[in-house]
Design a protein around this ligand. Structure first.
Ligand SMILES: [Cu+2]
Length: 351
């Protein structure tokens, strides 16, 4: 009996809140230690934040975003568009579709009010027995058809413009991962990963991850390594994923392209206005789906060349940079991009 008593006491001790409390941090610790640190930030895990190399805001890759452009600012409607396709689509939506919706809504409301008042029992005690009126029937068939045609023509024209891109000046391969993006500029020898910048007080932030500064961009949208593209050039995005389905979405460019494992999808953008633009993964891709933002910085051509050089790349025709480090970095994402069939199926099933 005494033995059983001891056994019960020991079991109870194992289940006390204190014991549970001691075990509780384990999952978060595991998550923190297994999370991949941001690659390419050249930050030393052994040094505290203060000892990390200072970021020069305003320099290429660290331009300060303009509030209200390329980021949500609480406005109703579409973000300010900076690509020809975005401008065409926004004009179609704002000038034609919204006007049409408003006219139809007001017309239907007016008809309803007229019928309710004019034909109420008090004003119209003996209802009409008419059941057909050829003219009205022709009108209410023909008018909606004409409305649909007036929507279809600009809509199909927009699709045609969107899917017949001009010749690309630059190709960027975009790969979605759980839960970050990686970018590769194959013609320039540049490839890197891009992670969301966590807030300073975020308990999941590692010692070697720098915290978000307001100059990096809004919370949940700022990233450690932005994709930098030249202004006024046609950029072709080859979009794919290496685990589950993600979606590469950049509202100010009118881009939303699914990133599927084992498939290459293509989209494009030509941005004339230099600036910083933010987007997000737009396909539910797992637990941290909401924490894999996209940040693209558009810069003049000279600054783009500077950024390529800084990232160990080279402009086409120029000799590759002497540093050997980027070569290894370039090889890593290529290996990641090779999809493993088994993982893929499991991943797709998850979606
Ligand atoms: Cu995703």
């Amino acid at each position: 009996m005494r033995l059983i008593g001891w056994a019960i006491a020991l079991a109870a001790a194992g289940l006390t809140p204190a014991a549970a409390g001691a075990q509780a941090p384990a999952p978060s610790q595991t998550a923190a230690t297994t999370a991949t640190p941001p690659a390419g930030t050249a930050q030393d895990a052994t040094k505290p934040d203060a000892a990390q190399p200072a970021i020069v805001y305003g320099s290429v890759g660290h331009a300060i975003p303009t509030p209200g452009i390329g980021e949500p600012d609480g406005r109703k409607g579409l973000q300010y568009q900076v690509t020809p396709i975005g401008e065409e689509a926004a004009a179609f939506h704002n000038n034609w579709l919204l006007t049409l919706c408003a006219i139809i809504s007001v017309f239907v409301l007016a008809l309803l009010l007229f019928a309710i008042i004019r034909f109420r029992r008090g004003a119209n005690p003996t209802p009409s027995r008419n059941s057909h009126n050829t003219l009205i029937e022709v009108v209410w068939t023909l008018v909606p058809v004409l409305i649909l045609v007036s929507i279809a023509i600009p809509s199909i024209r927009l699709l045609r413009h969107q899917y017949t891109p001009p010749r690309a000046d630059l190709t960027v391969k975009v790969t979605g991962h759980q839960w970050y993006w990686s970018y590769e500029l194959p013609d320039y020898g540049v490839s890197f990963d891009s992670y969301m910048l966590k807030e300073a007080n975020d308990p999941t932030r590692q010692a070697n991850q720098r915290a978000r500064d307001p100059r990096d961009g809004p919370p949940l949208l700022a990233v450690d390594n932005r994709l930098v593209i030249p202004a006024g050039k046609v950029v072709k995005f080859i979009v794919t994923a290496d685990d589950v389905i993600h979606s590469f979405a950049m509202p100010a460019f009118w881009i939303k392209q699914d990133a599927n494992p084992g498939q290459l999808h293509e989209t494009w953008a030509k941005v004339d206005r230099p600036g910083v633009y933010f987007g997000q993964c737009s396909e539910l891709c797992g637990a941290r789906h909401g924490f894999m933002p996209i940040a693209i910085e558009v810069v003049p051509q000279a600054q783009f060349a500077e950024w390529v050089g800084k990232n160990g790349g080279h402009m086409p025709g120029a000799q590759p940079a002497a540093a050997a480090a980027p070569t290894a970095e370039t090889a890593a994402p290529a290996a990641n991009a090779t999809p493993e069939p088994a993982t893929n199926q499991a991943a797709t099933a998850q979606n």
